[in-house]
Ligand binder design. Structure first.
Ligand code: C2E
Ligand code: MG
Ligand code: MG
Ligand code: MG
Length: 291
């Protein structure tokens, strides 16, 4: 493998993209062990509304390999998916996230958490029932959990996927459609998936303020989603100008480094407490207009 350093100086693992290199198999074994040893962590990134209220948190998995350094989720999730380890990883993530939600609730912090699930999970028999059982075991109401899916769930056996998703929403779990606009986006999918939220992919949001076409795509997506009764979240909001454009386009909530990057649990607790009922305020808006 090759390692390089990211902006923060942390070593980042980069694999060559071929499927079954010994390196990939090594990483798979390491991931299996890391899950058993609880070395994989969840960080949490806020989704905030334009009035600053925290709409929820997204749980994002973090793995620091003892020798290789930080392995980006995109990298090891692909490995977990192609190897059959995905259901195990998802169980781990759900278990960790629900434990954290229960802890926050016991501390008076009633914030919903979104967990990413892969198409593989949605096609695992009994998935909806196992999620419901896990919620009950943690004493967490279904409304405090959101599952982020992508349109890829409909690629294989769309009928069964739709049944599983319907069962989940029947239990009261909210579904969010992630990465909208990439790949297979179509109106058919939007009609077929029982989602209550749509997340516009970062690739359209990033250049929104400077690219007229991206702005138009975002505008149409927001309008379409609203006409279907869905909430719209923009991912990857990094600057003030993008925030303002999204607010003008009537997007419902944003997620991104402008507000906060994904944070470890204790830092998230502190972040939530510091915002209190006022919610998040834009730094610029809180300062006087003078330079
Ligand atoms: P995603 O679900 O679309 O998550 C959003 C990604 O954008 C996260 O990357 C997040 O850290 C990053 N991000 C958030 N705000 C900004 C921003 O302002 N600028 C930029 N440049 N990036 C931002 P991350 O954590 O590396 O995760 C990548 C992907 O890996 C996720 O995309 C999701 O598809 C997958 N993933 C992460 N955790 C899990 C998990 O627990 N289970 C599954 N199945 N997939 C996961
Ligand atoms: Mg997501
Ligand atoms: Mg996304
Ligand atoms: Mg994404």
């Amino acid at each position: 493998y090759q390692a390089k350093r990211d902006r923060t100086g942390v070593e980042v693992y980069e694999s060559k993209r071929d499927s079954n290199t010994p390196d990939r198999l090594g990483l798979l074994g390491d991931l299996r062990r890391a899950l058993d040893a609880h070395e994989v962590e969840l960080h949490y990134q806020p989704k905030v509304r334009f009035d600053g209220q925290v709409a929820g948190l997204e749980a994002l998995v973090r793995w620091v390999h003892p020798e290789r350094g930080r392995v980006p989720p995109d990298e090891f999730i692909a490995i977990a998916e192609s190897s059959g380890l995905m259901p195990h990883l998802t169980e781990y993530v759900l278990e960790t996230a629900l434990g954290q939600v229960a802890r926050w609730r016991s501390q008076g912090l009633f914030v919903p958490v979104a967990v990413n699930v892969s198409p593989r999970d949605v096609h695992t028999p009994g998935f909806a029932g196992s999620v419901a059982a896990r919620l009950a075991r943690h004493g967490v109401p279904a409304g405090a959990l959101q599952l982020e899916i992508t349109e890829h769930v409909l690629l294989e056996d769309p009928t069964r996927a739709a049944d599983t998703l319907a069962a989940l929403t029947g239990h009261g779990v909210k579904m969010s459609l992630d990465d909208f606009g990439t790949g297979y986006s179509s109106l058919v999918h939007l009609r077929r998936l029982p989602v209550s939220e749509l997340k516009i992919d970062r690739s359209f949001v990033a250049r929104l303020a400077v690219d007229a076409e991206d702005a138009e795509i975002v505008r149409c997506t927001v309008d379409l989603a609203h006409s279907l009764g869905l909430l719209v979240v923009a991912e990857g909001v990094e600057d003030d100008e993008t925030w303002e454009r999204l607010r003008d386009l009537r997007c419902d909530a944003v997620q991104g480094w402008l507000v906060a990057a994904a944070m470890p649990p204790e830092e998230t607790t502190a972040w939530l407490r510091a915002r209190g009922s006022r919610g998040w305020q834009r730094p610029k808006a809180a300062l006087p207009a003078a330079e």
